[in-house]
Each structure stands twice: as C-alpha cells, then as structure tokens.
Design a protein around this ligand. Structure first.
Ligand code: PHE
Length: 346
C-alpha cells in the first residue's frame, strides 16, 4: 500500500511536469506498460497477496490506473494543441473569425411582402420574359408604331444578332412558336404579360406579375435604367372600379398600416380606359405610387377576348418607389450600388 502511494505521487507529478509528447509516451510505458510497467507489476502481484491485503491494494491500484490514464490523455491533448501552435503557428484554441451570413436584398424583401399580400387576396403570381417582342410590349397594348404614346417608354432595342440568339432560344424551347426574326426590346414595363397571360387563360382570374423592367433614360435620384414593377390584372364578367378600390385599400393598408390615405387621379395610358393614377399620403405629402385603369377593349381584342363580355382592371406599381417611401430611402440608385453599408441596413 505504501509503495502504491509512493508510485501515485511520482507518476502524477511526472505527468504534470512532462513537456512533450515523446516523454509522455515514455511515462505511459514506464507506469502502465504491459510488460514492465511499474503499476502493471503491482496489479500482477495482486494474485499472490494475502486476502486482507488484496482487498485494500486491489481497488486502490485499479483506481490509480484509471486516474493515471486520464491524466496522461489530458496532458497529451494539451501538448498537441501547444505543439500545433508552435510548429505550424496555428492556435486552434483561438476564437474563429465569424463567417458573414447574407440576407435578402431590400427589394427582394419588399417584393415578397407585396406577393404575400396579393396571394392572401387570391391573386396568382406569374412571371414573364425580360426580352420582349414589340407586339406584346406595345402593339397589343394599343400603343401603335409611330404613335406619340410610345414616347412614354424610352426603349432599349436589341441589336439584330442579339435578337437572333434570343429568338433561336425561344424556338428550341417551344417547338410550336413561329419565330420569325421579330424585333425585340428589353421590356419597358410588366404590362406585356397582360396579353400573354390572357391568350392562354380563361377569365375570371386575378394575377400579379413582379419583374424587372428597363428604360433608356438618364439616371438621377428617382430614375434608373432598370427597376422593378409589379403588374396586376383582374378580369371577369363585371369586375369594376369599386372592386379595384377595395383591392387597393386592402393592399396599401396591409403594406403601410391602417389609416393610410389614397387619392385617385385621372390619367392616361393607352391600354386602359378610364386611366388613373394613385397617390398615397405620406408625411403630409401626396406621392404618386402607381398607374392603373380599366382594361381597354382593344387589349381584350388583342387577346381574342370579346370586350362585350368582360371587364377588368390593371395596375402597375414601382417596387423601388414603395421601398423608398416605406424605408425612407432618398435615392433609387442606392438599390443597385452594391454598397454593403446600404444593403446591410435592411
Ligand atoms: N405599365 C404602366 C407603366 O409602366 C403602368 C400601368 C400598368 C398603367 C397597368 C395602367 C395599367 O407606366
């Protein structure tokens, strides 16, 4: 028993003082080695001991073996960390660098809010192509060639070879599509999806079309060459302006909070009659927020609907404008600046 006590002191002290892994492994062999380990020897001698002594020494020796193994393992882990630190210059105990986690861009967030509100009112969300034909962007919307109304939308036209590649792609995507080399442009609004959708669907329906649009304009605090719109279209047997006002009230109250005030002003767009614009009251000022109106009979005709049987309303809102009002953003160009100081605020 006295030997054991002595051994315990020696062994634990030696482990504590040990400075490297090699030395530590030598200690492991010295005390616990299978053949000549000092503790192993004591454990082996247990069999020959008188019963009384065995009862005392046995448990103590086994406990020491466990304690020693633990001490060796712990020290070995410590030494490994240290040797990495010195040999490789790597300190694995140092706190790590935080990995930046991204988040949705403010515009994407606002688009999501808008989608959710309309989805809750049973609108479907659809999308369409950014490169459009002259037909859907203009002609089908009652904006004839050489008509001054076209000047409302300054347009990026695509070059002949760009048109050919896009047309070819369309052709392989849909075998049925008869594609001549149609004149293509970057859509100036999301309204072309009105006729595209009506050609393939029967009323009644209500849809929204979020998407990117392009204008050939000089940029300033409130104009960008590309921006995002959300088109809305609801068509049925007797969908009317009162229905439109109800939907708008719901929408703006859910987006900006109850008590928001709207103002409807007569306006002009070739594809609606009557046409109107909506302003909202924000911080004591009236701000123009969307164009809208009752779908023009010519648009129904372009979609092969009979205008005598149907009525509908359409609207187009600018997403940036909504985000700018809601989040107090002074300049539309910030959205596309890629400036993290801006992006991270939302
Ligand atoms: N497309 C119009 C624009 O971009 C907005 C609009 C949409 C107006 C639908 C009326 C109806 O200016």
């Amino acid at each position: 028993m006295a030997n054991l006590e002595q051994l315990k002191k020696q062994a634990l002290e030696a482990v504590k003082q040990s400075k490297d892994i090699k030395n530590l492994e030598e200690l492991r062999v010295r005390f616990l080695g299978r053949e000549k380990g000092e503790l192993t020897k004591i454990l082996r001698s247990l069999g020959a001991m008188p019963l009384e002594e065995k009862k005392k020494v046995g448990p103590a020796a086994n406990a020491l073996r466990a304690e020693l193994e633990q001490a060796l393992d712990k020290k070995s882990a410590e030494l490994r960390v240290n040797s990495l630190k010195f040999e490789v210059g790597l300190d694995i105990t140092m706190p790590g660098t935080k990995v930046g986690v991204g988040h949705l861009h403010l515009l994407t967030q606002v688009e999501k809010q808008v989608r959710e509100i309309f989805k809750a009112m049973n609108f479907s969300v659809i999308t369409g192509p950014e490169a459009e034909t002259e037909k859907y962007n203009f002609d089908a919307l009652n904006i004839p060639k050489d008509h001054p109304a076209r000047d409302m939308w300054d347009t990026f036209w695509l070059r002949q070879n760009e048109q050919l590649t896009i047309n070819k792609k369309l052709l392989t995507e849909s075998k049925k599509l008869k594609v001549k080399s149609e004149k293509l442009l970057m859509r100036t609004h999301t309204s072309p999806m009105q006729v595209r959708f009506m050609e393939k669907h029967k009323p009644p329906f209500q849809i929204i079309v979020p998407g990117r649009v392009f204008r050939f304009e000089a940029t300033d605090a409130s104009h960008e060459i590309n921006f995002y719109q959300v088109e809305g279209l609801m068509v049925g047997r007797d969908v009317n302006l009162a229905n439109f006002k109800f939907v708008m009230n719901e929408f703006f109250q859910r987006l900006f909070g109850k008590g928001i005030k709207l103002r409807y002003r007569p306006s002009y767009f070739p594809f609606v009659e009557p046409g109107l614009e909506i302003d909202i009251e924000w911080k004591g000022k009236w701000l123009e927020i969307m164009g809208a109106g009752m779908v023009h009979p010519r648009v129904f005709e372009a979609a092969h609907y009979n205008p005598r049987d149907l009525q509908g309303f359409a609207f187009g809102l600018g997403l940036e404008r909504i985000a700018m009002i809601k989040y107090n953003i002074p300049d539309i160009r910030l959205f596309y600046s890629g400036d993290l100081r801006f992006i991270k605020q939302f």
